[in-house]
Design a protein. Structure first.
Length: 208
């Protein structure tokens, strides 16, 4: 399992490097998102083993249940550290734009890469506990490379770091529990929807 582990580390460094560069070259973040989705799928296809990465129908009902639970829990973590809460005046438009983006891009590119690809390899090499913790640390640190100047969570603070790590732990745990990537995908999606509902994310202004 040494080669997949080294590949996961290399892929993570490239992922972070491209994310950092996208702070200056904004369109590059679209490439990061595509890599986050396409690379894990290609890796599973090449190995002929998508199931070990959580791409499977087994435990789907359980994954949906844990995804909803995880989404609620992670949302509460996020709400606890948000500087202010207010329902946006253009809520319907925000949801119309934001929900598809979260469902099809924002949540899957992070969960496919960090949970389906990275966590599964780390756990195989390091065991469930350390594999979960270290892959989630990578997930948390990556947020400081990405162009998240408008992040709803105050990343440049101890509480911001801890809350991001804690929310990631929720996604990582329900993935480990269900062995199905649908669980963290759904949980992360629900967290994003809650951020929209409380006015913490403004997709309309961002796209404008």
């Amino acid at each position: 399992m040494k080669k997949p582990f080294l590949l996961a580390i290399l892929a993570y460094l490239i992922f972070c490097g491209l994310s950092f560069l996208s702070q200056s070259i904004e369109p590059l973040f679209g490439v990061v998102a595509m890599i986050g989705i396409a690379f894990p799928l290609a890796w599973g296809k090449w190995r002929g083993d998508w199931a070990s990465m959580g791409f499977r129908k087994k435990n789907l009902k359980s994954a949906l249940g844990w995804g909803i639970f995880g989404g609620i829990f992670a949302s509460l973590i996020g709400i606890a550290v948000l500087p202010e809460l207010s329902i946006p005046d253009n809520l319907a438009l925000q949801l119309l734009i934001g929900v598809p983006l979260w469902a099809l891009i924002v949540s899957p590119f992070q969960e496919f890469f960090f949970r389906g690809f990275m966590q599964s390899i780390f756990e195989s090499k390091l065991g469930n506990l350390w594999g979960l913790l270290l892959s989630n640390l990578g997930f948390t640190l990556w947020h400081y490379c990405a162009p998240f100047d408008t992040s709803p969570v105050p990343l440049n603070s101890v509480i911001g770091f801890l809350s991001t790590f804690a929310a990631g732990l929720v996604y990582a745990y329900i993935f480990q529990r269900t062995h199905n990537v649908v669980a963290p995908w759904l949980a992360h999606l629900l967290t994003g929807i809650v951020f929209i509902l409380v006015g913490a994310m403004d997709f309309v202004s961002t796209l404008s």
